[in-house]
Write a protein that binds this ligand. Structure first.
Ligand SMILES: [Zn+2]
Length: 245
């Protein structure tokens, strides 16, 4: 990376330090990286531009390859006002945290950044941010090559036999019948929930959003169990699930 770089980025995480500096985790087409904005040392800039989920263009300076980048300019391209709505905010958190977790060791494709940005816009604008977040979350997991193996159709079948599937086996991400359930971490979906999950995972985003899961709690729990197994615990998702015990 050159000593000075200019990149478009999404602010995935933001940590204010006691001295007034702010450390941000940014997602750009060339990868995920961390940078610090020094208090009072951002010419023409303002730390508020580095709020969560903001779409920014940043200029960064790095003395050595392994140094934490220092931001020298921040231009705000878009702040999604709708994300501050209380009904939308937790879902934006979920997508940002998932994107963060999915890009720990992997190369970030351009596509992933575009999909995260598009998901945040959807959560900001749509009347049903939960449906948008569920569809995008599974889509991001699929983009990372971690999609569960579910067969579409109104009654998906068990991965082991021809019986109707009612369980998501989180360990290997397949749908199973009662007999072929896999372990204590599996999620009971019911035939309706299994069909909903198959649609959410297999259908194009627009269709998945237009026909969301009928049982939201179960859909959130299935995503949580699957993400926990394949990506890691997502705090935003845990709060959403625990909101309605
Ligand atoms: Zn079976």
């Amino acid at each position: 990376m050159p000593r000075y770089s200019v990149s478009d980025a999404l602010v995935l995480r933001r940590t204010p330090l006691p001295n007034g500096d702010v450390v941000v985790t940014l997602l750009s087409e060339h990868g995920k990286w961390r940078a610090v904005a020094r208090k009072g040392r951002l010419p023409g800039g303002n730390l508020a531009r580095l709020s969560l989920f903001h779409d920014v263009t940043v200029q960064a300076y790095r003395r050595r390859e392994d140094d934490l980048a220092v931001l020298t300019q921040v231009r705000l391209n878009g702040a999604l006002g709708g994300l501050t709505r209380p009904e939308a905010y937790p879902y934006a958190h979920l997508l940002a945290e998932l994107a963060d977790a999915l890009t720990v060791d992997t190369h970030v494709g351009e596509r992933l950044v575009a999909v995260v940005a598009s998901g945040l816009r959807g959560v900001a604008r749509h009347g049903d941010p939960e449906a948008v977040a569920l569809a995008y979350a599974w889509h991001l997991i699929a983009l990372a090559g971690l999609a569960p193996h579910v067969h579409g159709g109104p009654t998906p079948h068990c991965a082991r036999c021809a019986a109707p599937a009612t369980i998501l086996a989180t360990a290997d991400g397949t749908l199973r019948c009662v007999e072929h359930g896999d372990g204590p971490r599996d999620v009971w979906l019911g035939s309706e929930g299994a069909a909903d999950l198959a649609r959410t995972v297999g259908a194009p985003l627009r269709e998945a959003i237009a026909a969301p899961a009928r049982e939201r709690e179960r859909a959130l729990r299935a995503l949580q169990a699957y993400a926990r197994e394949h990506v890691g615990e997502l705090r935003a998702l845990r709060s959403l699930v625990e909101r309605n015990p």
